[in-house]
Unconditional design. Structure first.
Lengths: 628, 93
């Protein structure tokens, strides 16, 4: 008997793009209990539906969209949804997460999950209008940027419609393309927009006017009010995010000496004051905007009104974008960073990956590894922002040197050769988001073990900057615990910032995550749970993701750091001399606290069974993968 | 003797008006002794977060770094030229 009475709306939509057929299934209660939603759903569905041999850009890849049980409910910051598919950038588990409005509207249209299979013969868009679903012709949209697509579909479908779409980069199968909502919010990482492009899906349009049902509306309201009071009283969530968004991080990382500078050659950037949050606020910042029901309003909206980048209007920037196109490229021209950000949003590019690829190219150019004959006379000197902006366009349209970069950093090193891989800063094919791992070593070990590459969004912890000062196993255990905490918003459809990141005290964070969140989930869904149950679910999801990549042949040797971090010392600044020298002992400590084999890095059979994943253990063993 | 202090996030509220971009230099007489506890009390960081200065880092979970190294012992004596940085518990990014 299905005991779900709210939170979840109870339906999963399956679309076969090859023939346009549609079917709706009821959400399975046991599946919901085990994986909660969001990234939990996309992780397990990827394991079940995408065979190891599937080409990420082939029709057999499966694109899964999953809001969480709290997405669209009347509590703070319930905007988030996850999209998942095999990554065309890394070839392994892929997913990306976004806020905005789209996920909440999908829930209000009545869907807990949407699964897209096959490949449409011609460009299409998916139109979900509550119970009415159609795969519609999108040939007139193909070639449009994300703003034009938004404007055109809005005009066709009406005002109360939320639209997520790909841009020209996704159409051109640039392998780090994202899914863009309203030209502002991007499910950016690991090439999820590219997968849609390969399936000939231009856009996902949704209208949803229903309310997400709640099992105990009174209790839910009470908890929502408690949470709102905590967020209101705490200045980190109520005013710091409003004032700076994520741009405040540049000052943190500059002060520690871990600010990505010149393709991670250095850790401090002389032009930092020209591109940090204060500089943005003093020059181009126009207003703060908010995702669905979010009181924090960390989104930036910025405009450039004069100079060579006049006319730039961008939903942004985020810190990671400024680090990638700014300090990472040796560039202190903030207007050009906003322009590059705008282009990424219009073309549908991951701004982190794109900026890092430009920075990588600049280092190769400065070293003479590539020359004007490679770049088509694009002078990729440090800080040459005109060339940087031009290269963004070339990447999106696979023109000139941009085409060399458009398949990602690993493919670029193979095309270029000449020992260029020595300067490629990536893990598993994905580049990191800003912090230099050499300066905050234990914390940034997350780059080595994230299932989708050099990732900053799966692991975080209080006291992160001080973890290098405590014994390694103790630090690993602390990170492991907090890995669970910061996984929960991804499963629930919540934003990490107000729930698990931004509070003046850890006590407040734990109150939100360990006391209020489980009760919110129960009040919404009717499913009894505890904080421990939820943390077990988070651990389960992390193990499914690990097992996914193990099935694809990844072992401990894939958990690595680039030579930039392990062989080169930071040359100057507060972290001068630092080098990443804890990789191997940290891996052993990490595997140990996770119950994974300390040599292979594979989850132990016992751990998978304990988490209710005996079927995954059996599957791996049947494929000849040894589990201890 | 001079100690440079960088405060981040809401603790910037506690900085004197002479601070620039979250940073201030504290000057002391030659024979004055300054511990982290005294510095934290002098700036009112303990009162801002509602925890006692003698166990500030543990009780608040804010990250106290001296010359880049995490410190939980608030009785640490600061020396001329030391850099004290205090970051919020969970920074993101």
């Amino acid at each position: 008997m299905n005991r779900i009475r709210g939170g979840y709306v109870g339906r999963c939509l399956h679309v076969d793009l090859s023939d346009g057929s549609l079917r709706t299934e009821r959400l399975d209660e046991n599946f919901a209990r085990l994986y909660i939603g969001g990234r939990g759903f996309t992780a397990r569905m990827q394991y079940d539906l995408i065979a190891p041999t599937v080409d990420p850009l082939g029709p057999d890849n499966v694109f899964i969209i999953a809001p969480g049980p709290l997405t669209g409910t009347p509590v703070a910051s319930t905007s988030r949804f996850t999209v998942g598919a095999r990554s065309p950038l890394t070839g392994i588990l892929g997913d990306a997460n976004s806020g905005g409005m789209w996920g909440a509207v999908l829930k209000r249209a009545g869907y807990d999950m949407v699964v897209l299979r096959g490949r449409a013969p011609n460009p299409v868009y998916l139109w979900i209008d509550g119970d009415q679903v159609a795969v519609r012709d999108a040939r007139h949209l193909w070639g449009m940027d994300t703003r034009q697509t938004w404007d055109t579909l809005k005009a066709e479908l009406g005002r109360a419609v939320s639209i997520a779409c790909i841009g020209p980069a996704g159409e051109n199968l640039v392998r780090f393309s994202g899914l863009v909502e309203n030209t502002e919010h991007v499910a950016a990482r690991s090439g999820m927009g590219t997968v849609l492009g390969s399936k000939n899906v231009k856009a996902l349009a949704v209208r949803g006017t229903g309310a997400v049902p709640l099992t105990e509306p009174g209790a839910f309201k009470e908890l929502s009010d408690q949470l709102a009071e905590i967020l209101r009283k705490d200045k980190r969530s109520s005013s710091e995010l409003l004032e700076y968004g994520t741009t405040y991080l540049m000052n943190h990382h500059g002060a520690i000496g871990c600010l990505n500078t010149n393709n991670y050659t250095g850790g401090d950037f002389a032009g930092q004051d020209d591109i940090d949050g204060d500089a943005l606020n003093e020059s181009y910042f126009v207003k703060a905007t908010a995702c669905y029901r979010c009181p924090c309003r960390c989104d930036r909206y910025s405009e450039v009104t004069e100079g060579e980048y006049a006319g730039t209007k961008v939903g942004g920037p985020e810190y990671a974008t400024v680090a990638a196109f700014g300090s990472g490229c040796g560039n202190s021209n903030l207007a050009s960073i906003l322009k590059a950000n705008e282009l990424c949003n219009l073309y549908g590019l991951d701004s982190i990956e794109t900026g890092n690829l430009v920075a990588f190219s600049m280092e190769l150019y400065e070293r003479g590894i590539i020359t004007d004959s490679d770049t088509g006379n694009l002078q990729l000197t440090w800080g040459n922002h005109q060339s940087m902006v031009k290269l963004v366009e070339q990447i999106a349209y696979r023109q000139g040197f941009g085409d060399v970069l458009a398949d990602g950093i690993v493919a670029a090193t193979k095309k270029i050769g000449r020992n260029s891989e020595r300067y490629a800063v990536h893990v598993k094919g994905m580049t990191p988001p800003g912090p230099d791992a050499r300066a905050i070593k234990v914390y940034n070990f997350r780059y080595a073990v994230s299932p989708r590459g050099a990732d900053h969004l799966r692991i975080s912890a209080p006291g992160a900057y001080g973890l290098d000062s405590i014994p390694l196993v103790e630090a690993a255990e602390k990170l492991r615990f907090w890995e669970g905490i910061v996984t929960l918003p991804d499963l629930m459809g919540l934003c990490k910032f107000p729930y698990s990141y931004f509070a003046e005290t850890v006590e407040r964070t734990l109150t939100k995550m360990m006391e209020i969140l489980p009760r919110l989930y129960t009040a919404a869904t009717g499913l009894q749970t505890t904080a421990e149950d939820l943390l077990t679910a988070a651990e389960r999801v992390n193990n499914v993701e690990r097992a996914h990549n193990v099935r694809l042949g990844l072992s401990a040797d894939a958990d690595t750091m680039p030579p930039r971090f392990t062989e080169d010392r930071i040359p100057s600044g507060p972290s001068k001399g630092a080098i990443y020298d804890i990789l191997e002992p940290m891996k052993v400590a990490w595997y140990r606290v996770h119950g994974w084999d300390e040599v292979s890095g594979h989850p132990r059979r016992e751990k998978l069974v304990e988490l209710g994943l005996a079927d995954l253990a059996a599957d791996l063993e049947e494929r000849g993968i040894s589990l201890t | 003797m001079q100690v440079v202090v960088q405060l981040f996030s809401v603790l910037k509220e506690c900085l004197p008006s002479t601070a620039r971009r979250g940073q201030v230099t504290i000057s002391l007489l030659e024979n004055d002794e300054l511990t982290l506890e005294k510095l934290i009390a002098k700036l009112g960081l303990d009162r801002r977060l509602g925890v006692s200065a003698d166990n500030f880092a543990v009780l608040s979970a804010w990250q106290v770094l001296v010359n880049g190294h995490s410190q939980v012992d608030m009785s640490l004596h600061l020396r001329d030229g030391d850099l004290v940085q205090i970051f919020p518990p969970m920074a993101g990014g």
